[in-house]
Design a protein around this ligand. Structure first.
Ligand SMILES: NC(=O)c1ccc[n+]([C@@H]2O[C@H](COP(=O)([O-])OP(=O)(O)OC[C@H]3O[C@@H](n4cnc5c(N)ncnc54)[C@H](O)[C@@H]3O)[C@@H](O)[C@H]2O)c1
Length: 314
């Protein structure tokens, strides 16, 4: 039996991971989430598997310590974090507090015999990119904003705990990952909700800034393989898609798939935090996945079907 802790398990990525992990009767799963940007309603359904949920703030040692001490976990996925471009730009102090959470998780993992910590870092560590595609080892990091700096510091803590205490880690540098569990703060869900309700699809600037979009199912499949086949020990892996879409094209695609009459409206460009372009080198991820990534059109159709009960092909 693998005893697994997922912090941030009421969120988009953590929740999808828990849904996958509990299908395996060989896993015993515990979620810790403060619900700061989530809610009980977003927790994975208890069927077909079971998990334990504990509401706690990972940034507060006295809340996390009893959970990790009693849980005696084999693996920890540390996904809890304050996320979202707007939210993190507006709350830099709260973002920086997440460094405490990373330290708490690693200290307690070291002290309770955890075999490996999987840390969700971000493509933001590459900052405004200095080269394309962004490779895990050879591309210099350019972290400037608090959210990116925190992720960079988190990676440094993972490496340091390995070096000084022998605690194993894997750093996942997540690039834009979308799925049915995401909130409408994020672009795909924002566009889908607007398109279905007939309101405007708003985007910043001219919409030529590109993004890559990784369907959550691809992320989870690779993550599970890394866990079960003991891959990527003490290293970094980009988890994302390398196919770039201008945001304007995404808005048009959502409109087309949903057969919506909504207008596309351009807002003033963001002063900072809205990167113009980003593209990961995903050779490592591709080799593990062993199949093509889910196309954006298919991912949007899946969300429409499972979250909005909308038949995109009808
Ligand atoms: N989804 C993406 O595109 C993406 C991209 C890059 C990095 N990431 C990283 O992946 C992880 C998961 O992202 P997500 O999209 O699922 O975000 P999310 O906001 O959906 O989930 C984060 C969860 O963490 C919880 N949380 C936040 N602070 C907490 C704290 N101090 N203690 C306990 N719980 C706390 C929230 O309540 C929420 O349920 C994050 O670390 C994020 O930085 C995600």
């Amino acid at each position: 039996m693998k005893r697994i802790l997922v912090t941030g398990g009421a969120g988009n990525v953590g929740g999808a991971l828990v849904r996958a992990l509990i299908k395996d009767p060989g896993n015993s799963v515990c979620i810790v989430d403060s619900l700061v940007t989530s809610s009980l309603a977003k927790l994975p359904s208890r069927e077909p598997g079971r998990y334990e949920f504990i509401q706690a703030d990972v940034n507060n040692y006295s809340e996390l310590a009893p959970v990790m001490t009693a849980g005696k976990f084999d693996y920890v996925f540390h996904y809890a974090a304050l996320v979202g471009v707007q939210r993190t730009l507006q709350n830099p102090m709260r973002v920086l507090e997440d460094i405490e959470g990373i330290k708490n998780v690693l200290c307690l993992a070291r002290d309770t015999g955890v075999q490996r910590v999987f840390y969700s870092s971000s493509s933001e560590v590459y900052g405004e990119p200095v080269e394309f595609p962004q490779h895990e080892v050879t591309t210099p990091l350019n972290s400037r904003l608090p959210y990116a700096i925190v992720k960079n510091v988190g990676e440094a803590f993972c490496r340091t705990f390995q070096q000084e205490f022998g605690l194993n880690y894997t750093v996942f540098r997540l690039f834009n990952t979308y799925g049915p569990g995401q909130s409408s703060d994020f672009v795909i869900l924002k566009f889908i909700e607007a398109a279905l309700s007939g309101s405007d699809l708003t985007l910043f600037g001219d919409g030529r800034q590109t993004r890559t979009f990784c369907y959550i199912g691809d992320n989870i499949e690779v993550t599970e393989k890394i866990l079960n086949e003991e891959l990527c020990r003490n290293t970094v892996i980009n988890l994302g898609s390398d196919l770039e879409y201008p945001i304007l094209e995404v808005a048009r695609l959502v409109k087309e798939i949903t057969r919506s009459k909504s207008a596309i409206v351009h807002l003033p460009a963001l002063p900072e935090g809205d990167m113009t372009r980003r593209q990961p080198d995903i050779s490592k991820m591709r080799a593990i996945l062993g199949r093509e990534l889910t196309p954006l059109r298919v991912g949007i159709q899946k969300i429409l079907k499972c979250r909005f009960n909308f038949d995109a092909k009808g």
